[in-house]
Design a protein around this ligand. Structure first.
Ligand SMILES: [Zn+2]
Length: 377
């Protein structure tokens, strides 16, 4: 017999919810859980659907599951062995766009929550599921807008994000945070002139070179036990008009910080300006914060998740902060201890995206065990 979690994952995969179209995934889950005494609140911002579904209003710990119903496009259809929305199972493996990122996790979360509420209808605390339909896109009308609204009405202690964190076997890797990402465009001003009359000009390339050299060697911080040191990279540098006899008037640099919680946007900006000032540059800066870092330091939560993973899979998870950013960056700033555990990430965003049926069954059991450990303790 097919496990229930696979049946639900198939139903979700068969809906063409390409970013930002939810394509009926959230109503399907609202209807399903609504019939079992859950409450829900839906908000649509622009083209993006967001929903919070929750159960329980008694005092006690509260756990929020976070996920996204949108998926990336299939890419080259001819390269898929089975139609990407057919949710085909073969030799114990479920194939389909979104099975690992992250409709499989959503199905596991829903089954875990249902079983918990079925077993403990008067449980202490609150268990909830938040879904958006724009995580894979620009992510402006998703959790970024929805979470502040919901945080006014609900208190959450813990957040579990279902992003595919595992690498070889289910549960081998848990994300306990993510690095921040900060972009900066630097314009260095010089004085345009004839290359034969340098005393009448100021070459911004020479001026910037010394500062870039120092920036490339500067130690912004040394990281900490869960985060590598902050890195600064220059991705683009442009100056000059293409002709050979003009000293350019300005130089443009595009750079990015991937930063640990040991630094902040403010500390990095101050230090960067300090270095540019030290080299007596005349400059303009244009900053764009893509995501602040977050870091789960809650030992109760970390130990509970470790125990759940070990009990269900026998594996002791490695805690790390690798990978890009996730929607967890919009939850953690509300003071909610946030971690990520989900399927194997080997095939995400690829053709023939897949995950083992057994892994999704295990994931449901881990989530259920985690709810019990956190809410019934
Ligand atoms: Zn994802």
């Amino acid at each position: 017999m097919e496990p229930e979690v696979i049946g639900l994952a198939k139903q979700l995969i068969q809906k063409p919810s390409y970013t930002p179209d939810d394509a009926g995934c959230q109503p399907l889950l609202m209807n399903r859980l609504g019939g079992q005494g859950f409450q829900g609140e839906h908000h649509r911002f622009g083209e993006v659907d967001n929903v919070l579904i929750w159960h329980g209003d008694s005092p006690g710990p509260s756990l929020l599951f976070l996920g996204h119903t949108d998926v990336v496009p299939p890419g080259d259809l001819g390269a898929w062995d089975h139609e990407p929305l057919s949710a085909h199972v073969e030799s114990g493996v479920l194939f389909g766009r979104g099975v690992a990122d992250m409709k499989g996790s959503i199905a596991a979360m829903v089954l875990a929550i249902e079983k918990f509420v079925g077993q403990y209808p008067n449980h202490p605390g609150k268990v909830a599921l938040m879904l958006t339909s724009d995580e894979e896109g620009v992510a402006l009308d998703g959790v970024k807008k929805f979470m502040p609204l919901m945080a006014q009405k609900h208190h959450f202690d813990y957040c579990m994000v279902g992003e595919p964190s595992s690498s070889v076997v289910l549960g081998d890797t848990v994300r306990v945070g993510r690095r921040g990402s900060l972009h900066v465009n630097i314009t260095v001003k010089g004085q345009q002139g004839h290359v034969a009359y340098p005393h009448n000009a100021q070459n911004p390339i020479f001026l910037a070179a010394r500062a870039i050299d120092e920036l490339s060697r500067f130690e912004w911080d040394i990281g900490n036990e869960d985060f590598p040191a902050t890195s600064f990279q220059v991705s683009n540098i442009n100056a000059g008009s293409g002709v050979t006899n003009i000293i350019p008037g300005e130089l443009k640099i595009t750079a990015n910080f991937r930063y640990s919680p040991e630094s902040s946007q403010q500390s990095l900006a101050e230090q960067l300006q300090h270095i540019l000032d030290h080299h007596q540059l005349s400059y303009e800066l244009d900053w764009q914060l893509s995501g602040e870092p977050f870091h789960c330091k809650n030992e109760v939560y970390k130990q509970a998740l470790k125990a759940s993973v070990k009990k269900i899979t026998g594996v002791i998870p490695e805690f790390n902060t690798a990978g890009g950013t996730s929607d967890g960056r919009f939850v953690a700033p509300h003071g909610i201890a946030t971690m990520e555990l989900g399927p194997i990430n080997k095939t995400i965003h690829q053709v023939n995206e897949c995950e083992k049926v057994a892994h999704l069954v295990q994931l449901e059991s881990i989530y259920l065990d985690l709810i019990q450990r956190l809410l019934l303790k």
